[in-house]
Each structure stands twice: as C-alpha cells, then as structure tokens.
Design a protein around this ligand. Structure first.
Ligand SMILES: *[C@@H]1O[C@H](CO)[C@@H](O)[C@H](O)[C@H]1NC(C)=O
Ligand SMILES: *[C@@H]1O[C@H](CO)[C@@H](O)[C@H](O)[C@H]1NC(C)=O
Ligand SMILES: *[C@@H]1O[C@H](CO)[C@@H](O)[C@H](O)[C@H]1NC(C)=O
Ligand SMILES: *[C@@H]1O[C@H](CO)[C@@H](O)[C@H](O)[C@H]1NC(C)=O
Ligand SMILES: *[C@@H]1O[C@H](CO)[C@@H](O)[C@H](O)[C@H]1NC(C)=O
Ligand SMILES: *[C@@H]1O[C@H](CO)[C@@H](O)[C@H](O)[C@H]1NC(C)=O
Ligand SMILES: *[C@@H]1O[C@H](CO)[C@@H](O)[C@H](O)[C@H]1NC(C)=O
Ligand SMILES: *[C@@H]1O[C@H](CO)[C@@H](O)[C@H](O)[C@H]1NC(C)=O
Ligand SMILES: *[C@@H]1O[C@H](CO)[C@@H](O)[C@H](O)[C@H]1NC(C)=O
Ligand SMILES: *[C@@H]1O[C@H](CO)[C@@H](O)[C@H](O)[C@H]1NC(C)=O
Ligand SMILES: *[C@@H]1O[C@H](CO)[C@@H](O)[C@H](O)[C@H]1NC(C)=O
Length: 215
C-alpha cells in the first residue's frame, strides 16, 4: 500500500507538460458528487461566512495535473468501498472545502509541513488551523497531511470530531451571540438574510479543466 502513495512535491516537469494538456481538455474533475463541496474564497476566506460556520472545516488541496491527487479523488468516489459511504456520511459534519489549482491560498499556515499535493488540512469551526490534526492511520511519515485512501480520510475525520468535540459543542452559542450582536447593530436584520455571503456562496459545480484520464 505504501508504494502507492505519491505526492507531487516538486513535480515541476510534470506540471509543465500537463499545463499544455490542461488547455486541451475540459471535463469534470470527479470529486464525490454526494459531498457538498464549497470553494475556499467563499468559506474559509470569507470572515462573514466563518462567523456563522458551526462545523470543523476539511480543506482538500489538490491539483488537476497531479496523479497522486487523482488517485485520492478517485478513491473517495469509489462506490465499491464501504469507507466511501462513511466518508459521505461524515462529510455532513464538516464544511467541505475543495481547493484546486490556482485556488490554493498562499498563507503558509495552510501547508503545515509543506506545499505538496494532495493534502487535507483541518480547521476549527472559527477558522483556526489545527496543525495537530494530521493523518492518523496508515500514514506517510514524510507527508503528514497527505492521503491516498478513503479509510485514512475517514479515520482522520473521526479523530477530528473526537479531538474537537468540546470546541464544536461550544460553537452554536458563539454563533448565536454573534447573530444577536449583528441584529442589534443592523436594525434587526439577520446575517443569514440571503444577502449575506454565507448564503450567496458559489457551491463547487464540478467543472475542471483537466479530467485526469491520463493516469
Ligand atoms: C476526458 O477528456 C478527454 C478529452 O477531452 C475525453 O476524450 C474523455 O472522454 C474525457 N473522459 C471522461 C471520463 O470524461
Ligand atoms: C463518481 O461517482 C458517481 C456515482 O456516484 C459517478 O456517476 C461518477 O461518474 C464518478 N466520477 C468519476 C470521475 O469517476
Ligand atoms: C473572493 O471573494 C471576494 C468577495 O468575498 C471577491 O471580491 C474576490 O474577487 C474573490 N476572489 C477570488 C479569487 O475569487
Ligand atoms: C452517491 O449516493 C447514491 C445514492 O445514495 C449512491 O447510489 C452512490 O453510489 C453514491 N456515490 C458515491 C460516489 O458515493
Ligand atoms: C474500511 O477500510 C478498512 C481497511 O481497508 C477495512 O478494514 C474496513 O472494513 C473498511 N470499513 C468498512 C465499514 O468496510
Ligand atoms: C454529526 O452531526 C449530527 C447533527 O449535528 C450530530 O447529531 C452527530 O452526533 C454528529 N456526528 C458526529 C460523529 O459527531
Ligand atoms: C481571499 O480574499 C482576498 C480578499 O478578498 C482576495 O484578495 C484573495 O484573492 C482571496 N484568496 C483566494 C485564494 O481566493
Ligand atoms: C477560535 O477558537 C479558538 C478556541 O477554540 C481560539 O483559541 C481562537 O482565538 C478563536 N479564533 C477566532 C478567530 O475567533
Ligand atoms: C441583509 O444584510 C445586509 C448586510 O448586512 C443588509 O445590508 C441588508 O439590508 C439586509 N437585508 C434585509 C432584508 O434584512
Ligand atoms: C439560506 O437561504 C435560504 C432561503 O433564502 C434559507 O432558507 C436558509 O435558512 C439560509 N441559510 C442560512 C444558513 O441562513
Ligand atoms: C461552473 O463554474 C465555472 C466557473 O466558475 C463555469 O465556467 C461553468 O460554466 C460552470 N458550470 C456549470 C455546469 O454551471
């Protein structure tokens, strides 16, 4: 299993080659369609959204030209793997953020042990990055935030819900407090009123430039 793990740290040649291919293809990237994926800019990068966010965040950082990313993404969409069903169920307890290609934020805090792909970084509901919430099962010791299989991701998600249990439990009260203060200073208008970025987020629509069939 370990030899199947690959990360794309430093695949510059591959990038150069595939950048050409990228503009020649246009198809879906293939993230599991049963998960509500959102983009980084309208969630983690949006302070209004994060003030109302009650779930821990799973940030999946991947590249359309990276084979190891394709491997993980395909495994998370494998209907024959019972762990994928579990992944979908657990995803409902997370804000699931898909970050591909140029969507990747530059801030080093989102790359706790390097800027390789794919990687999954977990955040508290208020957006605090938790660099201690790394891979916990069958991990690659050189890349602590990388994953290849659904069972690994599921183990980490369970661990996150466990470790953050008290943080998550306290969160609804924090959000209610914020909403009260917001209403008090906006003549009773709700921050959930539909013009809030929270509700005008662009859900991830599955469009990708490169469909990865060359793997
Ligand atoms: C991937 O893209 C290629 C080129 O556009 C296309 O021929 C192929 O059918 C696509 N594959 C899938 C699975 O969509
Ligand atoms: C992902 O799984 C769905 C079935 O839920 C399937 O329709 C879709 O083609 C799969 N995507 C890829 C890229 O394999
Ligand atoms: C990010 O969202 C802000 C508004 O919240 C918008 O002004 C900006 O253009 C967006 N940036 C990107 C790269 O999508
Ligand atoms: C998505 O959900 C449908 C309906 O439950 C199921 O048939 C399908 O296998 C699921 N696909 C994936 C990739 O999880
Ligand atoms: C998830 O995957 C692991 C390892 O491949 C396997 O042992 C386990 O039975 C799977 N879980 C379920 C619910 O099938
Ligand atoms: C997931 O969220 C639901 C609804 O908020 C909650 O009832 C459930 O206990 C959560 N599951 C875990 C594993 O935390
Ligand atoms: C995050 O938001 C800032 C300010 O709106 C914007 O300049 C930046 O491009 C966004 N970052 C990403 C990765 O979208
Ligand atoms: C988020 O919550 C943690 C405690 O769980 C706290 O240490 C941190 O300051 C909070 N961050 C923000 C931006 O509120
Ligand atoms: C919704 O919130 C926005 C931003 O605070 C505010 O400008 C607007 O008046 C509110 N709309 C309603 C119908 O409350
Ligand atoms: C988003 O808007 C819809 C309809 O306008 C509303 O029913 C829903 O409660 C809003 N979601 C949040 C989180 O406020
Ligand atoms: C998805 O979003 C992209 C860019 O944001 C857009 O070009 C594309 O037309 C959208 N696709 C669908 C099916 O809405």
């Amino acid at each position: 299993m370990a030899d199947l793990r690959r990360t794309c740290s430093g695949c510059f040649l591959l990038l150069a080659v595939l950048l050409v291919a990228q503009f020649q293809t246009a198809d879906a990237w293939g993230l599991n369609p049963n998960v509500t994926w959102q983009d980084f800019n309208s969630t983690v990068n949006n302070t209004d959204y994060m003030k109302l966010n009650e779930k821990p965040v799973l940030m999946l950082v991947h590249k359309s030209w990276c084979k190891a990313c394709r491997f993980l993404v395909d495994n998370l969409n494998d209907t024959n793997d019972p762990n994928v069903t579990e992944f979908v169920t657990l995803s409902q307890n997370f804000t699931m953020v898909d970050i591909t290609d140029e969507d990747e934020p530059e801030d080093a805090k989102y790359a706790p042990d390097g800027r390789y792909n794919p990687r999954i970084v977990f955040l508290e509901p208020n957006g605090t990055v938790r660099a201690d919430l790394m891979c916990t099962y069958n991990c690659d010791p050189k890349y602590l935030f990388t994953y290849s299989f659904a069972d690994q991701v599921v183990e980490s998600m369970r661990n996150v819900l466990d470790v953050l249990a008290s943080v998550i439990a306290k969160r609804p009260a924090e959000v209610r407090k914020y909403v009260r203060a917001y209403k008090a200073s906006h003549n009773g208008a709700s921050p959930y009123n539909g013009t809030s970025p929270y509700n005008s987020t662009r859900p991830y629509n599955g469009t990708r430039l490169y469909n990865g069939t060359s793997l």
